[in-house]
Design a protein around this ligand. Structure first.
Ligand SMILES: *Cc1c(COP(=O)(O)O)cnc(C)c1O
Length: 326
């Protein structure tokens, strides 16, 4: 248990199963999946875990309004809008792009949850949050700021806790994973898994697949994640320090860029759909799975390895992408 305010928003533990057909098809290590696409909050996703701590903090500070930012098809924004609705809080989303003529995927859901949408063109990482916060305050609101992707030391606690959940599942199923592989983008998932691995003492490599080549808060993502792992560890009063050699972030699968579906992403989506009946999302998990497939084809794993693919959600973004997928 993580000793900080939190509000239960999802259903845990999320399922952990073997991908039998995919394993057979790729003829490499055994592949398993952790289904955080099934956290249960508004089509699920990894942000549910972070939001439990972020909104727990917001409530304890008596805030009445939540503000956060992301790309127009942000899964983080969609889950934040749903959680805010559930808790009776006003939600403001600072989104990239311009207001579209029709609403689809996550953006449609943001509307259904009653979020207030602010379109900011190229600025999809919350650059305009301070300006909107000032307006909210002058209107008598008490806003709580959730940074891009929910990736600060509070949100990251959600993924520290996720490692404890995984450890119990591994024990129950007598499984030991050699690697955990997942999509890494705003850093909270990655930092939380690193801290959780050290805290709960699991002997598993944490392999992040980079999704977005842009810097975050003026740093490379790698640097940002190491810093975030350290601030999160300090928050938990843990005697541990992470350095740049402690992180593995593979940026070989950025493809044509953030949110662009290329051949590798499409192959991953088709393969998981047709071999396992599982949906990947076009922005994150398709890139991470394309990375895993390629690493297996390049024999980067031993046949005796057991690899866990952490499905981080995002499936509503399939719909606005339809024309690229079929
Ligand atoms: C946000 C997100 C990620 C990346 O998680 P971070 O903690 O931001 O690195 C991966 N997959 C999906 C579907 C996401 O929405």
């Amino acid at each position: 248990m993580i000793p900080f305010n939190s509000i239960l928003l999802g259903f845990y533990p999320t399922p952990l199963t073997m991908l039998t057909s995919l394993t057979r098809h790729l003829a490499g290590p055994e592949i398993y999946i952790k289904r955080d696409d099934l956290t249960g909050l508004a089509f699920g996703g990894n942000k549910t875990r972070k939001l439990e701590f972020l909104l727990g903090d917001a409530k304890s500070k008596n805030c009445d309004t939540i503000i956060t930012a992301g790309a127009q098809q942000s899964n983080h924004c969609r889950q934040t809008a749903a959680a805010s609705a559930l808790l009776g809080m006003e939600c403001h989303l600072v989104l990239g792009g311009e207001e579209p003529s029709d609403f689809n995927g996550n953006l449609l859901l943001d509307k259904l949850f009653g979020a207030h949408l602010h379109y900011c063109g190229n600025l999809r990482k919350g650059e305009k949050i301070p300006e909107i916060v000032e307006q909210l305050k002058s209107n008598g609101k008490t806003p709580y700021i959730i940074p891009y992707g929910g990736s600060n030391s509070i949100g990251t606690l959600g993924f520290v806790g996720a490692v404890e959940e995984l450890k119990i599942q591994m024990k129950d199923k007598s499984l030991q994973f050699s690697h955990i592989i997942f999509a890494s983008s705003s850093g909270g998932t990655h930092a939380g898994l690193m801290v959780g691995k050290a805290l709960y003492n699991i002997d598993t490599e944490i392999l992040g697949i980079g999704i977005d080549k842009d810097e975050i808060e003026g740093m490379t993502l790698e640097k940002f994640i190491v810093k975030l792992a350290n601030t999160t560890a300090r928050k938990l009063n843990l005697e541990m320090k992470f350095h740049k050699n402690d992180i593995y972030l593979n940026n070989n699968y950025l493809g044509e860029g953030y949110g662009i579906v290329g051949e590798a992403e499409k192959e991953a989506i088709d393969l998981l759909a047709r071999s396992e009946g599982i949906l990947l999302d076009p922005v994150y998990t398709a890139k991470a799975m394309a990375g895993l497939i390629d690493l297996i084809r390049k024999q980067q794993f031993d046949k005796k390895d057991k690899v866990l693919f952490w499905h981080t959600g995002g499936t509503p973004a399939l719909f606005p992408c339809a024309s690229k997928l079929v």
